[in-house]
Design a protein around this ligand. Structure first.
Ligand code: ATP
Length: 523
């Protein structure tokens, strides 16, 4: 790590000259509010070249807002930002790149074509394309981020696409990378290789990296320093590696973040499930996506479908949501085969769904929380009054009750769902589904992007419903979540169930291997 020695002068947005360190990214006194909601309060931080800086914080703490300010997408109300001694407007912006969880690549184009997108007018010439391919290959070799520049993006795994995004940022000249939950969608083996690559980029190329993650063990594995945002303030900064390093535990980081102890231990059912089969899938197939899936969940049991996303999970979710007209096979609920042809049919059969994509399937961003919470029950009392008219008072009362029960952080029940932080948006979806007290609960990636306090809350909620007799099918790629909650695990790989684990404690290595397609290791 290099320490800043010299200074430079920038002109701040307020038109004032300010002396700043000439090295690294320096944010000073950043304030930002949305209406009456103050999201960032006097945040100052300095990320140096060659440093991995982990930024932690509960859902809604202000991490994404800070990153949007840093990339120039959102102006701060006050405060200054300098990148290598330059303001964002003065060239600093080009040195910073955000690597999103949802990639910005065009699937039908090759890696090299994606690199050239927006950088050349008209048709891309063959010579230029070949030159770019050679540059990408050289950069991949140099950084250890393996990548085939001629591969079509749609044929790449999530991990490979992520490497393409990082390489593209470096190719554009970025010296600072902002990684927003980069491991959220990766297979277990890919997580460690990404973290090793992050360290290598910092150590060998002096790239400064801001890593946002909710996985505290990743912070200890990779970060040089960690900063914790709470209620919009930077409440703690700790060195983990190098000079003055403290020996920090994940429990201490959790306490910094949440302000209390958090226990994410094993929560399997203490007793055998009651036995009556609440949910059965028999030979369910979806052309090209799901092949002959048979599984059973009893009342009082939680069965996990483990797997890396893209292996049939969304097809399975579609079938159980009543959104898969091409599916074959039988869906049986409470020992009766049901016609799974619409979301309404599934709901009436007693199946509640928490979808993996909370924004496209779970919520309508442009509507208030109250309306979102009424979406699947506005035709029934108490929300519907006589002549089908909606009772605004009942909608508001229901919203207030669910907001309080799930501790949703929002200014009011009418707050637009699209302005909620990821974790609080997820609470709204969960609250709506659980309020219907379904006998069968299907939850897909329920804690993705949630902080540990919220994760603990969701896990406890699921366990509570299980102990009250609900049959729960958990579709998840998170090994910790699966091993903590499941009574039984099946592994989905390329649309088939390739391994089954009947009772815990589960062997994480065998599970991870089965998820990666190495079945023999899971036998
Ligand atoms: N465009 C907006 N309009 C109104 N409020 C907003 C807007 N964007 C963010 N907020 C509010 O700012 C606060 C911080 O949100 P932010 O997304 O920065 O949190 P976060 O720490 O990234 O959370 P998460 O871990 O859940 O992603 C939240 O209360 C959110 O509702």
């Amino acid at each position: 790590m290099v320490t800043a020695t010299s200074t430079a002068s920038i002109t701040t947005a307020a038109g004032v000259a300010e002396s700043v360190p000439a090295e690294g990214v320096v944010m000073r006194g950043i304030h930002r509010s949305f209406g009456e909601n103050t999201v960032l309060r006097d945040v100052s931080l300095h990320v140096r070249p060659g440093e991995v800086y982990a930024l932690l914080g509960e859902n809604g703490a202000g991490k994404s807002t800070l990153m949007r300010i840093l990339t120039g997408l959102l102006p701060p109300d006050s405060g200054s930002i300098a990148v290598e001694g330059k303001s964002l407007a003065d060239g600093g912006r080009e040195r910073i790149a955000m690597v999103h969880q949802h990639f910005m690549l065009v699937p039908s184009m090759t890696v090299a074509e994606n690199f050239l997108l927006g950088r050349s007018r008209g048709v891309i010439g063959r010579k230029r394309l070949r030159r770019t391919e050679a540059e990408i290959a050289a950069l991949a070799e140099d950084t250890g981020l393996a990548c085939d520049p001629t591969a079509r993006v749609e044929n790449l795994s999530v991990g490979e696409q992520q490497r393409v995004e990082i390489l593209r940022a470096l190719h554009l000249g970025a010296g600072y990378l902002l990684l927003d939950e980069p491991t959220a969608n990766l297979a277990p083996a890919e997580v460690h290789s990404l973290l090793a690559q992050v360290r290598r980029l910092a150590a060998e190329r002096a790239v400064g990296i801001v890593l946002i993650t909710h996985h505290l063990e990743e912070v200890l594995e990779v970060a040089d320093r960690v900063g914790v945002l709470r209620g919009g303030r930077l409440v703690a900064e700790r060195p983990i590696r190098g000079d003055g390093a403290e020996s920090v535990t994940t429990a201490e980081l959790a306490r910094d973040m949440v302000g209390r102890e958090v226990g994410l231990g094993i929560r399997r059912a203490a007793t055998e499930p009651a036995g009556n089969r609440m949910l059965e899938l028999v030979g369910v197939s979806v052309p090209g996506q799901l092949h002959d899936v048979t599984l059973r969940v009893a009342s009082g049991q939680l069965v996990a479908v483990a797997g890396v996303e893209g292996n049939g999970q969304s097809a399975l979710e579609d079938v159980l949501s009543g959104l898969s007209p091409d599916s074959t096979g039988a869906v049986v609920v409470a020992e009766r085969e049901i016609d799974a042809s619409s979301p309404r049919a599934m709901r009436e059969a007693g199946v509640g769904i928490v979808p993996a994509d909370r924004y496209t399937r779970g919520l309508i961003k442009s509507l208030g929380i109250d309306t979102n919470l009424a979406i699947d029950s506005y035709t029934d009392p108490p929300l519907a009054r006589r002549w089908g008219r909606l009772s605004r008072a009942a909608v508001r009362e229901r919203a207030e009750r669910i907001i309080a029960a799930l501790s949703v952080k929002a200014q009011s029940p009418r707050t637009l769902a699209g302005t909620l932080s990821g974790g609080h948006a997820q609470r709204v979806v969960l609250g709506r589904v659980l309020d219907g007290e379904p006998d069968v609960l299907v939850v897909a990636q329920p804690t993705r992007g949630l902080d540990i306090g919220a994760t603990e809350f969701v896990w406890d909620t699921l366990v509570d419903h299980r102990s009250r007799g609900a049959a729960i099918l958990l579709i998840s790629s998170d090994l910790d979540e699966i091993c903590s909650l499941a009574d039984r695990i099946v592994v989905l790989y390329r649309g088939r169930i390739v391994a089954e684990f009947d009772e815990g404690p589960f062997d994480r290595e065998s599970l991870g291997s089965a998820m990666g397609g190495f079945q023999e290791a899971a036998a």
